[in-house]
Design a protein around this ligand. Structure first.
Ligand code: FAD
Length: 456
């Protein structure tokens, strides 16, 4: 009995429930459908697409060792991918289609549509939750409502998790099947593969590089000049590694000490990822670009030129420019800086956060709808458990605090290299002129006051 496994953001062989159970029930054949037009509509970055395609290639190698073929095709959009799937089911004479759920609205609609059509054709459709550690809707408040605040969600998450096994699923056993020709397509590889080599193996190596440093995560994670975070986000976004695999290795690193594990700050970040996924599951209107807090003041009437300068890393605020250049050069940005540039754009320049959200998606290798939207709405105080409206990070103070010697700025804004550790955070007007660095595009104090007046 042939079962198709429809891979999407779960490009791994280990801890992949759809793959594991399809192989257990019969002969598994992998399918990957690259939706070119849909990607454009979702603002997916060229670097992310390149990374995904290389991960598909790596996955094929890994699956082939298990005698599982992986056929990949280019299609236009989600409607087209459902049609293609229908054709493939006939072509391979499949009895079942297995896949792991994706939670944003378009993906959910596509999956429901596929399920309906395939079931009408008499196929068995099996869906799993491989992208999230605790299944959707596992926890609710005392009133039976979805959580809107992180801390109680996290508490409930942990209590629920304690009742679940932590072991990820193994890779399936080698199957008895002869692989003929596999469909494939050409693509442009446009991402920093020196920073993020593709594949589950590479993801595991990155995790293993990070774990010995996990004990320092709490103190180092806010310093952008130090590699204090895992940099696993691109792999998690495309599913080259699962969140469950990550935290089960973390528990091993804690030598099974559950108390230390549940207190771990890095685990908390993974739970933020789960929280934002649950938020989009509970609030499908977020996928339609709505604010989470319906009564949030939307006062965004900043000059478009401010957005353009921000997006080029030419704001005249060294930390903000360094951050934006990190994004443009690598496809990734440090979390502390994501918060800084988001608050700068939204609160100090009064640009709609959705413009920043879309710009991030167009450039991030780890672009992930739930986390990106969650992060932007948090910074703009429109989101679930967002920052209070009066929280506005000062670029200069943040720079002095988190990049005290200007190491990060010097690397990304080399025109300021010669300045002293003190001056580099906010060069004088003369220094700027001499070094060819822009004057600040806003007056921080005035902009802050204006934002507070408008938002209070
Ligand atoms: P680590 O610190 O090592 O954390 C481990 C993992 O936990 C991350 O890989 C990520 O999957 C998850 N995680 C960490 N912090 C968060 C968080 N605040 N919210 C949700 N998940 C988190 N993350 C994305 O994966 N994709 C995005 O598109 C994205 N956009 C963001 C936009 C804004 C405005 C903000 C403020 C944050 C955004 N984040 C996004 C969250 C966070 O910045 C990145 O996950 C993190 O910087 C990735 O680096 P890392 O893998 O070294 O993280």
């Amino acid at each position: 009995e042939i079962n198709l496994v429809w891979f999407r953001n779960d490009l791994r062989a280990g801890d992949n429930p759809a793959l594991f159970y399809a192989a257990e029930q019969g002969t598994a054949i992998g399918i990957y459908l690259e939706t070119e037009e849909q990607r454009k509509a979702h603002d997916d970055a060229a670097c992310k697409i390149g990374f995904i395609n290389d991960n598909v290639k790596e996955l094929r190698k890994q699956l082939n060792q298990l005698n599982i073929p992986l056929h990949s095709f280019k299609v236009t959009d989600y409607a087209d991918s459902v049609e293609k799937l229908e054709m493939l089911v006939d072509q391979f004479n499949a009895k079942g289609v297995y896949f792991n759920n994706e939670y944003p609205l378009n993906e959910k609609n596509r999956d429901n549509q596929a399920e309906k059509i395939l079931e009408e054709k008499g196929l068995e459709v099996k869906r799993f939750d491989g992208d999230i550690i605790i299944p959707p809707n596992s926890v609710a408040t005392g009133k039976g409502e979805p959580y809107k605040v992180f801390t109680p969600y996290k508490k409930a998450w942990i209590e629920f998790h304690k009742t679940q096994g932590t072991s990820p699923l193994p890779i399936p056993e080698k199957q008895d099947f002869k692989i003929d020709e596999q469909h494939d397509y050409d693509f442009a590889q446009e991402y920093r593969d020196d920073l993020w080599p593709a594949g589950e193996q590479a993801a595991k190596e990155k995790l293993n590089d990070f774990l010995p440093k996990a004990g320092y995560y709490r103190e180092r994670r806010d310093i952008p000049s130090v590699k204090g975070t895992s940099m696993l986000s691109p792999y998690l976004a495309v599913g080259a590694i699962s969140a469950k695999q990550c935290i089960s290795s973390l528990l091993e690193w804690h030598e099974g000490d559950e108390e230390a594990f549940y207190k771990d700050t890095w685990l908390s970040e993974i739970i933020w990822r789960e929280f934002y996924r649950q938020i989009i599951i509970d609030n499908p209107e977020i996928s339609k670009h709505k604010v989470f807090k319906r009564d949030a003041k939307e006062v965004w009437d900043g000059e478009q030129e401010l957005f353009d300068l921000w997006s080029q890393g030419k704001t005249g605020f060294p930390l903000i420019d360094a951050a934006m250049r990190q994004l443009l050069q690598t496809g990734w940005m440090h979390n502390r800086l994501r918060m800084n540039v988001a608050m700068f754009l939204n609160k100090l320049c009064l640009i709609d956060w959705r413009q920043g959200e879309a710009f991030f998606m167009r450039h991030l290798i780890d672009g992930d709808f739930a986390s990106n939207n969650g992060g932007w709405q948090w910074c703009s105080s429109t989101g679930a458990d967002g920052a209070p409206y009066f929280r506005i990070m000062s670029p200069n103070t943040q720079s002095q605090r988190f990049d005290p010697e200007g190491k990060f700025i010097r690397k990304l804004v080399p025109e300021l290299e010669s300045l002293s550790d003190k001056d580099i955070h906010c060069p004088s007007s003369e220094q700027r002129e001499k070094l060819g660095y822009p004057q600040p595009i806003i007056d921080y104090k005035e902009a802050r006051k204006r934002a507070l007046d408008l938002l209070s």
